[in-house]
Design a protein around this ligand. Structure first.
Ligand SMILES: *Cc1c(COP(=O)(O)O)cnc(C)c1O
Ligand SMILES: [Zn+2]
Length: 408
């Protein structure tokens, strides 16, 4: 199975022993899982992968679980790479693809991270899990904890989408709504975890969610015939998926599966919460807390990502960029994508369509470039956000979408 050797602090490079529960390094740096890539290169060939399961666990040798029976899987990963021909034409792209992560369990790519993290909790004997979350991570933790028979304690802002609240309750999690932001939720979990005996699975404070999310990098390489695209558009909140994919590319190159070519990594944020864009534009290595963060793309409402320096490094080293999109634009783009190509995306995903259009117009990308957009979730999880465009009790508007008539 796995070839894990140790964990390494992404900031001070201190090493940590595998097979034990860890959160952050003492220096505040997130931990990255390291593998014996030379041994993996010998033992595991890319042509063997198709013999594995039709889920992200086909990449299990590059994942941290030691005993296969500890894997908690509900079929996450192996999501389709879809064409969106009308959208492509409208934005002037000739080779546009949408990686549709909305088809994962719980309707978002958070399933990948939490399938891996909960599997590791099973392996390490941790059975009371706690998370502060803006929404989709809570749903995914509640789901995988239920599948594993573990306790989930969830703290989320009281204004999270209804889908996330109902999912967590249905999965039997202990849910506390907080009259505040995700940062307040994080503080509460931090204060109470020692006394309650909770293991904290907050994003990047726990090392294995990155490993689950990195499978998006392995998967896109496999699905595109081991040739990475020219550009990847990634809706960036905490940036975990971007960090994970960037790590996956290095691992695959070390195993001889791909060459040195990297896609331009484009971090897409919401105009109302754009700490990474601001840091990128200022040439800074780290972001600063984004005051008054608001956006209805709740997955992007992360005012100070812990792994900001890793996201900025991937963006800069790859020759990519960081770009912000307004809420008005991203909701419009979500409806256009659904209408034109039958893909009902999360607003985080549709933001990337706007960003791609802008970069093509500006000449940073060519029409012929192979572009992959990550739609990180399903539009079905965001009914409140989309319903603002489709009022349905407007009597006398029977010809319009959602108009109401009373049959005789
Ligand atoms: C969490 C989330 C994001 C942001 O993910 P990161 O990898 O932390 O940047 C984007 N889109 C959706 C739908 C999410 O739930
Ligand atoms: Zn450190």
């Amino acid at each position: 199975m796995t070839s894990v050797t140790h964990l390494e602090c992404s900031l001070c490079k201190k090493n940590f022993q595998a097979g034990k529960p860890w959160n952050l390094c003492e220096c505040g740096g997130p931990l990255l899982v390291r593998y014996d890539l030379a041994q993996m290169k010998e033992a595991w060939k890319r042509d063997d992968i198709a013999k594995g399961p039709n889920s992200m666990w086909r990449y299990a040798p590059a994942l941290p679980v030691v005993q296969p029976e500890h894997i908690v899987s509900l079929g996450e990963g192996m999501t389709p790479v879809l064409k969106a021909p009308r959208t492509a034409k409208r934005i002037g792209a000739k080779d546009l693809w949408i990686k549709d992560e909305g088809l994962n369990p719980t309707g978002s790519f958070k399933a990948r991270g939490l399938s891996c993290a909960v599997s590791m909790c099973v392996e390490l004997g941790l059975n009371r899990l706690a998370i502060p979350s803006a929404g989709n991570a809570a749903s995914a933790l509640a789901c995988y904890a239920a599948a594993a028979g573990l306790e989930a304690h969830i703290f989320m802002p009281q204004d999270v989408p209804q889908s996330n609240f109902i999912e967590c309750k249905a999965y039997g999690a202990h849910v506390t709504l907080v009259n505040g932001l995700i940062s307040d939720c994080g503080r509460i979990v931090g204060e109470r975890k020692a006394k309650e005996g909770w293991f904290e699975v907050s994003t990047l404070k726990e090392p294995y969610r990155i490993e689950g999310k990195k499978t998006m990098g392995y998967e896109i390489a496999e699905q595109l015939g081991w040739e990475l695209p020219d550009a990847i558009f990634y809706p960036t909140g905490g940036g975990v998926g971007m960090i994970g994919m960037w790590k996956a590319f290095d691992e695959m190159e070390a195993m001889g599966w791909i060459g040195p070519k990297r896609p331009k990594m484009i971090a897409v944020q919401a105009a109302g919460c754009q700490p990474v864009v601001r840091a990128y534009e200022q040439g800074a290595e780290r972001s600063t807390f984004y005051d008054g963060a608001t956006t209805l793309a709740s997955g992007l409402r992360v005012p100070k990502p812990l792994g900001d320096f890793l996201v900025l490094e991937a963006v800069r080293k790859s020759g990519g960029t960081a770009i912000a999109v307004s809420d008005q634009e991203l909701v419009d783009a979500g409806i256009e994508l659904a209408t034109e190509d039958g893909i009902f995306a999360a607003p985080e995903g549709s933001a990337c369509v706007v960003a791609a259009q802008r970069l093509i117009e500006q000449g940073l990308l060519k029409a012929e470039d192979k572009i992959v957009i990550y739609n990180t979730g399903s539009g079905l999880k965001y009914l409140e956000a989309y319903s603002t465009r489709f009022p349905r009790n407007a009597a006398g508007e029977a010809d319009k979408l959602g108009g109401l008539i009373t049959p005789r």
